[in-house]
Design a protein around this ligand. Sequence first.
Ligand SMILES: [Zn+2]
Length: 295
Amino acid sequence: MSRRRRPGRGPGRALVAASPLLAAACFSSPTPLAPGVGGSVGAPQHGVLTDGVELPAGGPGFVRYRPHGQHHWGTPVLVAAVERAAARVSTERGGEPLVVGDLSARRGGKIPGHRSHRSGRDVDLLFYTTTPEGAPVRSPGFLHFGADGLARVQGTDDYVRFDVARNWALIESLVGSEGAPVLFIFVSRELEALLLEWAFALGSPDSLLLRAATVMLQPGDSTPHDDHFHVRLACSAEEALRGCDGGGPRWRWLPPLEEAAPLDDALLAAIAEDEGPPAAPEDSAGDDAPQDDSS
Ligand SMILES: [Zn+2]
């Protein structure tokens, strides 16, 4: 039996009426259940997504790690930021494409292998890699890179190298972009050091170095992220009014916003449920997903 609720019925309506947040805003594409709430709703570890867009299986300078996966939905700003950064690195430096891991499910919520990635503002990006001699090679997967920038390819005696130049170009595009307010880029301390050393040697502006050094972080409550970047965007002011909830500090260069009160669990579930029928099961390729415990 369907548990799908109709607009104006069930517990969702009472919650809508009780929330001052929902009375404050009016937007063009609301979910009928909660007219003022939409987009990236709730926190990255505890949210849902409406009006998401899907990152295509491939485009200029990027491919998806799981071409047939179901978890490549994000806010329009996040998807555009990934596409823009990948295209820029490809144009400026050539080489093999960026390999993009999971974003979120179409309606957000919990997906396998992740604690966050629930509200359309998180994406995993595999590292650009080269051979040990420096020839660009497509990332073979989630490999663990050490402080020397080398990673052993699983099941072989081969190694690949962390492509510092192209990985920095990616960070520069994401952090320097006006359209993508980056909150965090989770990555290990050793790899962050390689990137900043390179950026400093290039003569990158102090403001860019400061932003990059601030948002790049080895999380203390999950894996060290020596095998991929985990990028999280901050809420925009409009998103915050529609229910987007934090997920990290408000860096001083991000536009100010009024944090909304957290939404009720039942309302989050009801918003996701109202978005449409469930997605198809994840394809079998998803089973090799690494555990990403980013908080
Ligand atoms: Zn992640």
